[in-house]
Ligand binder design. Structure first.
Ligand SMILES: Nc1ncnc2c1ncn2[C@@H]1O[C@H](COP(=O)(O)OP(=O)(O)OP(=O)(O)O)[C@@H](O)[C@H]1O
Ligand SMILES: [Mg+2]
Length: 278
């Protein structure tokens, strides 16, 4: 590309526009790479289960062992089908449109993709989901946001730990609230203002599972949330952990209050730790 006179405000504007487009492309590629790497690893894991139990069934002729092997193979096969369905769903739903979406389901699907990875790094995922109205979102894009927040949280706890996901409806602003909280390293106050900048990263490169280090994750998250007229906020304390809070619009005006009762999924003793910010 020719380099026009950089002081011409008109060309500067064009250059900024051009670079913005390049950035958007890079963001999409990173997200796709992350998804491919996640699903391939998960799928491979399921295949290993199937292969190992098939071998077990062949080695042991007794009915009890064979039944167990078939049960495990069936369960793994069903899991594999769920994983491919999620990816196919993502591929089909490439449109930029926003539609009424069940966020609880979307989170469960995303967690399914990360199950092996979270186990491997000894991350205990806790869910506190309240009944919420459908959100007006692009499911693909929100899944991309979730993947990045969850992988960031996992990477902030290299020795394992607790990862809390909360979903609720805030009646005051009539927005759906999603919190992804880790109990990891935290972010120093001087770094906090930069984390949403494109290419800002403190990671030296991909980790052992091939993820992280481009610095595009949070800038993509912010762009996506803004395009939904939502909000993204971070609270972090060094040594205690980090919480990202997303607010997303519901698809229709909220139902009257009685429908937002007790949590559907609430694990006993998993209340928010009072020592962590947010
Ligand atoms: N949960 C978290 N705990 C601690 N630090 C975090 C957390 N999330 C983000 N950060 C910090 O913000 C930086 C930017 O995050 P971002 O997701 O944009 O990029 P990245 O994870 O480094 O790379 P990638 O493009 O692969 O996502 C990270 O490098 C890290 O320093
Ligand atoms: Mg990231």
């Amino acid at each position: 590309m020719e380099h026009p006179e950089p002081t011409d405000p008109h060309t500067l504007e064009q250059q900024v526009e051009f670079l913005k487009q390049r950035l958007a492309e890079a963001q999409k590629l990173t997200a796709l790479g992350e998804l491919v790497s996640t699903t391939t690893h998960e799928f491979n894991n399921v295949l290993m289960t199937i292969i190992n139990y098939a071998k077990l069934g062949l080695r042991h002729r007794d009915a009890a062992t064979r039944d167990k092997a078939f049960d495990k193979i069936l369960a793994a096969g069903n899991r594999a089908a769920k994983i491919t369905n999620t990816v196919l769903g993502l591929a089909r739903n490439r449109a930029a449109g926003q539609e009424p979406t069940d966020l609880t389901r979307l989170i469960e699907d995303t967690l399914l993709l990360l199950e092996r990875e979270m186990n491997k790094y000894r991350i205990r995922v806790e869910k506190q989901f309240r009944p919420i109205p459908e959100a007006l979102v692009n499911g693909n894009q929100i899944q991309q946001v979730l993947l990045n927040l969850l992988i960031n949280a996992r990477q902030a706890m290299p020795g394992g730990g607790r990862l809390l996901i909360k979903l609720s409806h805030d009646p005051e602003c009539d927005m759906i609230e999603l919190v992804v909280r880790d109990f990891g390293a935290g972010i120093p106050p001087d770094k906090l203002p930069r984390i949403f900048d494109a290419f800002y990263t403190t990671k030296t490169g991909p980790d052992t599972s091939g993820k992280g280090g481009t610095g595009l994750g949070l800038s993509t998250c912010r762009d996506i949330i803004e395009s939904h007229r939502g909000r993204i906020r971070v609270d972090s304390t060094v040594g205690r952990g980090t919480a990202f809070t997303l607010k997303l619009p519901p698809a229709r005006p909220a139902d009257p209050p009685p429908s937002f009762g007790a949590p559907v999924v609430h694990q006993p003793g998993m209340a928010d730790s009072p020592t962590v910010p947010g």
